[in-house]
Design a protein around this ligand. Structure first.
Ligand code: 4NP
Length: 158
């Protein structure tokens, strides 16, 4: 099983959106027994909450389920439990490195936009502050599609 964890700051806007979109792709491509997905936040303010209204509205509009997606905080054990830890921005990456100090891990830590060729943004802007959840959806959706292509090729899942 290839295990993917999406990470943002609050785990209520960007990373739960990524989790829902990626889960939807995995289901559509019949890969549920090969790839699993979760999300977490580097911060602890929203633990136990469902996605932000802006995220749930855009997902509903696109017909993508976010059932069962509840905010949690990233912890060191995640480095044992996941193969890919995919952050939304460079601050998330810096925060991940301060949560887990060991350098000898096999875990891939990258930003979602790193998987997109000629991305519009290198970091997914935080819609908690910008209010632009449609733009977040565009970026995250493209990122998830390209990340899945990368994983399928890398692990010969096609
Ligand atoms: P997210 O957005 O990292 O995309 O979930 C945020 C959500 C909440 C806060 C910051 C960013 N906050 O400060 O509460």
């Amino acid at each position: 099983m290839i295990r993917v964890l999406f990470v943002c700051l609050g785990n209520i806007c960007r990373s739960p959106m990524a989790e829902a979109i990626f889960r939807d792709l995995i289901i559509k491509e019949n890969l549920v027994d090969k790839i699993s997905v979760d999300s977490g936040g580097t911060g602890d303010w929203h633990i136990g909450k469902g996605p932000h209204k802006g995220t749930s509205q855009v997902l509903e509009l696109k017909g993508i389920s976010f059932e069962g997606i509840i905010a949690r905080q990233v912890n060191e054990k995640d480095w044992d439990d996941f193969d890919y830890i995919i952050a939304m921005d460079e601050q998330n990456v810096a925060d991940l490195h301060s949560i887990r100090k060991a350098q000898d891990d096999q875990v891939v830590i990258a930003r979602l936009m790193d998987f997109v060729e000629q991305p519009k943004e290198e970091n997914v802007p935080d819609p908690y502050y910008t209010g632009n959840f449609d733009y977040t959806y565009q970026l995250v959706s493209e990122g998830c599609t390209q990340l899945l292509n990368y994983i399928k090729e890398k692990h010969s899942l096609t």
